[in-house]
Write a protein that binds this ligand. Structure first.
Ligand code: NAP
Length: 338
């Protein structure tokens, strides 16, 4: 088990935007025991699947590349299954495995790239489900104290594509390293079919009482149709968060743009579609140098070849300005910038 960091390791193969960058020091972590030897290390970055990351340049700290595997049923009662995933497990494979075991509940999150350990960091979500809704607890190794700590759901302070790990930059400052996650999958299963992509897929097949597998297939089909495969066209999925505006602003925009997609939220705010705003601001399919907004889905920033981090930063700013000038709405990027 190699714990001694390697020097000047290329991170290009480990980020789905295929951006070039060197890690000053790098360790591939396959067991939580390796972390013990790294106690006291400062300036760490915890890398999962690299599918939500923009590398803006070389990183002079220590990159911990999480590759801890393992998945198991750790408990069950009349109400739920409790299932554990090692932080390095591929998220989609893990979801498909739970479905194959007959434990539904994560099917709407099929085909999201990345690792299980990264899922709670940005509270991944899709098609009406967030990981926080199935989360029970996680274990994180504290690099300052050399001890593992358990984080319950309240400790993670989940928000929209957000958690304490992302918000407070703990993973960047290198204090807590998530090593395993436990999910609670309720035995009373209800299909979540409210999003048009799922409803239309089921209707086309005349499926009125869908199985978990049907819902997973609908999600997989929609994602394959709309999103570019990072292996062919490097990207990090949705590049901007959907903005939430107050009702006054939503009404003002609706008068100007009657076809504005809008989704009222429980807190009274109104969620807008970032993809729609970007498209209507004229950025769909538009490029600056080697990067552009994908021609089939305006929310996805793609690397057409040879891009560097600063190209991505320039396009990010240009799209933000374009949307802000046209709609008076500020977009925030979804990925982490390092
Ligand atoms: P879409 O169906 O074109 O809809 C655009 C946006 O409107 C979505 O982002 C979604 O917000 C919202 N929306 C649509 N139907 C909704 C409903 N019935 N109730 C509430 N909000 C609704 O979206 P899309 O881009 O193809 O994405 C479909 C789903 O996959 C979304 O949930 C999206 O977040 C997810 N996705 C995630 C990533 C990623 O990298 N993180 C990439 C692609 C797609 P929400 O995003 O809040 O759901």
């Amino acid at each position: 088990m190699l714990t001694e960091p390697q020097k000047n390791v290329s991170l290009a193969p480990f980020n789905s935007l295929a951006l070039p960058a060197l890690a000053g020091r790098y360790v591939r972590v396959t067991a939580s025991e390796q972390l013990m030897a790294l106690t006291g290390t400062r300036r760490c970055f915890v890398l999962g699947g690299g599918s939500n990351l923009v590398l803006t340049g070389d990183f002079d700290g220590l990159v911990l590349h999480m590759a801890i595997s393992g998945r198991a049923l750790i408990g069950e009662d009349a109400h739920a299954w409790r299932v554990r995933a090692g932080a390095g497990e591929n998220w989609h494979d893990f979801v498909q495995w739970t479905l194959a075991q007959g434990w539904p509940g994560l099917e709407n999150l099929s085909l999201i790239p990345g690792t299980a350990g990264a899922a709670p960091v940005q509270n991944i979500g899709a098609y009406g489900l967030e990981v926080a809704e199935r989360f029970l607890w996680l274990t994180a190794f504290d690099l300052q104290t050399g001890k593992s700590a358990r984080f319950e759901r309240e400790d993670c302070r989940f928000g929209y594509r957000d958690s304490v790990f992302k918000r407070e930059g703990w993973h960047l400052n290198g204090r807590y390293v998530i090593t395993e996650i436990v999910f609670e999958l309720p035995k009373r299963w209800t299909p979540l079919t409210g999003y048009a992509d799922i409803g239309e897929w089921l209707a086309a097949r005349r499926i009125s009482t869908p199985s978990p597998g049907n819902v997973a297939d609908a999600v997989i089909s929609a994602r394959r149709r709309k999103l570019p495969d990072p292996a062919r066209l490097p990207n990090v999925g949705s590049f901007f968060q959907n903005p939430a505006v107050d009702e006054t602003k939503a009404v003002e925009l609706l008068e100007l743009y009657p076809d504005l997609p809008r989704y009222p939220q429980p807190d009274g705010r109104v969620k807008l579609s970032a993809g729609w705003l970007i498209e209507r601001a004229g950025w769909k399919g538009k490029r600056i140098g080697p990067v552009g907004m994908y021609e089939k889905h305006a929310l996805v920033l793609v690397n057409h070849g040879g891009a560097r981090g600063l190209d991505v930063v320039a396009l990010t700013r240009a799209v933000q300005s374009g949307v802000s000038e046209k709609f008076g709405v500020e977009l925030q990027p979804e990925p982490v910038f390092l």
